[in-house]
Structure formats: C-alpha cells, structure tokens
Write a protein of this length. Sequence first.
Length: 588
Amino acid sequence: MKARRCVLMSRIHFDEKHIYIDGAPTKIMSGAMHYFRIHPAYWRDRLIKLKEMGCNCVETYLAWNLHEKNEGEFDFSGWLDFGAYLDLAKELGLYAIVRPGPYICSEFDLGGLPWWLLRYDGIALRTSQPLFLEKITPFLKRACEMLAPRMIDAGGNVIFVQVENEYGSYGNDKAYLNYLKNIIQEAGVSCPLITSDGAQGVLLGGGGLPDVMASVNYRKESKEALSFLKGERKEQPGAVMELWNGRAQHWGKPIPPRDVDEVALSVETALEHAELVNLYMFHGGTTFGFMNGMDHPGAIHMTSYDVDAPLDEYGRRTKKYYAEQRVIAKALGKAIQNTAEDTVLFTYGEAEACGTARIDKDQVTGTQSSPVPLSMEMCGQGYGYIAYETEICLNGEGDAILLPAANDMAHVYLNGEYVKSVWREDAEREIPLSGEGIARISVFVENLGHCNFGPQMSEKKGLLGALTHVYRKNGYICAKPMLMGYRMYPIPLVCLPSRYEDTPKLGAPAFYRYRFYATEAHDTCLHPRGFTRGVAFINGFNLGRHWTIEPSPNKLFVPAPFIKEGWNEIVVFDALATGGEKRVFLEE
C-alpha cells in the first residue's frame, strides 16, 4: 500500500485531502482585511463581523512601506501594530494568515515596497540581486520575528505565512523565493508556508516552490481553478488565497458591481473543492494619505478601497455579506448570527469657509539645486508634489518649451502665470511661450501614486529630464538647446499653512480651510465640491486624494476618532485652483 505523503508542522499540517489543526480536519474560511486600512478603534467591530459572516480566519498583508517609511527607521506602533491586530483576532477566536511580502500589490503605492528603494540606481526589484536582498532583509526579519511568538505552535493563531505575492505574474527567480523562505523560517516562523498565483501553469510554476503549499487566485472560476491546482499539486488540498469577490476601483472609471448570486455560487463551489478559501476582500477599508497605487498610468486607484466587498468601506453589511453568510453557514454547518451594529454615517452639514493659502516655505522640505532636474525620489521624497524652477531667454516670438517625461501630471507656469497642464501620456508636449527677455519657468508635478504591479514599478516621479527650448523663426526650428540649472522644491505636505487669507490666485496650487462644530464624534464622509484634484485633511490627518472626475464618487471617509468635540479644521488642497465656488459638506 502506497504511503500517504503528510507534511508535518506540529499543531498544523496538511496532506492531499485536508488541513489538520490539533489532529482534526479543519476547513479554513478566511476573509482579507488589512489593519493599515482600518482605524484601530474599529478593528474589533470589523473582526466580529468577519466571524459572524461565518469565517474562522482573517488574512492580512504587512505593508513594508508604512513600517519603514525612511530607511532604517521602523514603526510598529499604534495603527501599525499588526501584532495587536493578530492578538485581537485570537481573542475573538479567529485564526490568521499573514502575507509579509515584501511585495504585496494590494493596489498600494509601489505594491507595498518603500519609495526609497528607487533612490538606488540599478536596483532590480523583486529579484535575487544582492542590493535588493540587502534592503528587504531588515524589515522581513524583524516582522517575522514579531510573528514567531504568534505561531499556532507557540500558542498564537497564525496558521499560514505567505512567501512573496503572485510572483509568477512577475518572474521566476527561484533564488529570490528561496531567500525569502529561508529568512522567514530562520526568524522563527514555524507554521506552513504558502504561495499564491493565478491558475495557469506558467504563473504557478514561476511563483511556486516545490516544498511550499500553493494556492490560486481567481474571480469566479472556482471549479476550473481548483481542478487545475489539484492537477499540478496532487500532494496538497485545494487552496484559494484570493477569491476576488469584488473589483478594484480606478479614478474616472465605472465601477461594475459583481452579481451577488454569482459571487455566492463561486464561494459555495470553492468550499466544495478547497480546504482553504480566502475572500479578497471581506472588508477593504480606506487607503488613507498618498498610499494609493496605480496598475498603469491610465488606472489610478481610488482612495476608497471599498472594492464591492461584503462589508463596505464604512463597515456596513451589504447584500453580498448576507448571501455569502448563508452559503458559508450551509457549507460549514454554522448558525447565522448578526449581533454587531452597522455603521451609521452622520450628517454635520456644510463646513464654514475660513480662508485660503498658497504654498510657502513651510510646505517645502530641503530645496536642492542641480544642472538637470532630479526626480522626486532623488530629492529624498516619496509622495506628494514637487516644483521645479529654471530660467529661459525668450526671443519675443517663436518660443516654446518641450516638456520631458513627467510623472504624473505637470502644470507649467511662466513668471508665475499658469500656461498649461500636461498628463504623462499626452503626445503633445510642446508648449508655446510668449514674451521677451529672461523669464522664470516653473513646473509643478503631481505624484499620483507609484505603480503597484509590473515593469513600471521602477519608474520615478517628477521631471525625468531637462526642458528643451524650441526656437522657431519664419516657421522653422532654429535651435533646440536644453535648459540647464534647476531648483527643486519638494512638497510632501507633511506641514500645512499656518496663515490663511481671503482670495487665492486662480490656476495655482492652493489650500482651502474650513471648520465645523461637533457636539459628538460620528463617522461621516467629506464631500469637496468645486475642486479639481488634490488631498484633504481633517485636524491635520491626511484623509487621501479627492478628484472631481466622472463617474467616480468624490468623497472621503472620516472615521469618528478623527473628529473632536468642538471646532474641527478641514483643509482641502487643490493642485490646480480653478474658478467657481468651492464648498465642503460632511454627510453620507
């Protein structure tokens, strides 16, 4: 009789049919929910709702770019205390799956990698290049050392830790994957490791390791995907790391909702054919600050990470929640209960306008000079905005500048007067100029998020080359010299203005200040109306990007803990202040 292969990992192990915890076959029904997208005051509420939907496990990424914002400076406190998040899940009776990356995708800036990696010329992201391995090791080692006492073998609740993330869609560097595996295990992670990839041979082959459990990611083809996995990995049970029960949301793009019955059927089928099923997402939450990514230049992720999940951005149960709850209850024999209260969004009304302000020296960090423009990253900046200044000698007629690559949106000014805006993908990059003599050219560049997936992840932000002076006479180009000598003004918006006036200058970046009075703190949404694009702050906290672009909803979630009793300050930054009335409302 042929012996059945069994991979032992103390309290948790698996064979070709089942996952066993303490010797008992255990089906893992999990939901993805990221601690860094949910205010810590709401971790408990969201985890209870996850459990009440029928899940016995929570899955989360670890966001390296939040934990090591500046190289060598680590932060695992407060909102970033993933250990406390996992401990709370354990208290509530939930297992945990942790995906420490270092790459996580997650529609997050640079896929969770820190921006400062791009300061190293020639760095090869997500490879076994020694430079990249040197940079990832401190975080990965420290994070996994924090996971070690939370292993199920150590009395914790962590049952799987993932190696990288969908690596087969990027490459097939096995030396890199094995390096990650070794770092994770040497740091004390004793539970089974797992990989996740698309349900195709080249993807599973590139991203998998022979002695590590494999899982598949897909939208609705549960039976086909799991049959494929079983054909490739006969020695393990079926496993789904990402059953995409919603869709990512991009600015300016429609958001087609997933059919509720279709999603419920996918979950039902997955539970029939797999022993581990993880819903991506159960609750998406919010990508606060400047941390949204982009799939490519035409697909910039929104601040809201609602993603049509069973629990919406604000923590409210949806029709999808109840449909999936019924399916899970039937498959796992669980009783349905809904004890946790749903979120109610409060209406505070219109905020009172309190003046405007231009960018000043308080918002600029570390002015630099160079013969040619330096990227945002080379100026020591990862997020926000950056301005460039240089001089040009105009001939009185026939003058223009040719704008180089600029990521992502460049606004050009001549002697402080707005001339034109150019999107990074625009083919027409020649900008006519008028005037005579020495003039000052300013280029204000918006960073709208580093690519979170694919070969464009290595792209830097800001001006990526020198401006060219195009001079024509009688319709013919006489000269095209590059302009030399630039001053760079990094504007990460870590500081807000201290003084506000009454009237801004149109066509220039500006801050708009408002206030509202609260007798009690409630969840609400901030609606900026009449603005172009920028970010909004409440009591100094960056809520994320706003953007008036159809058909995207332009509102920002304001959790109650951000609101204080009494007067509250709102500051809306607009990257291109145009005319018209600008108002702010706090309502659903």
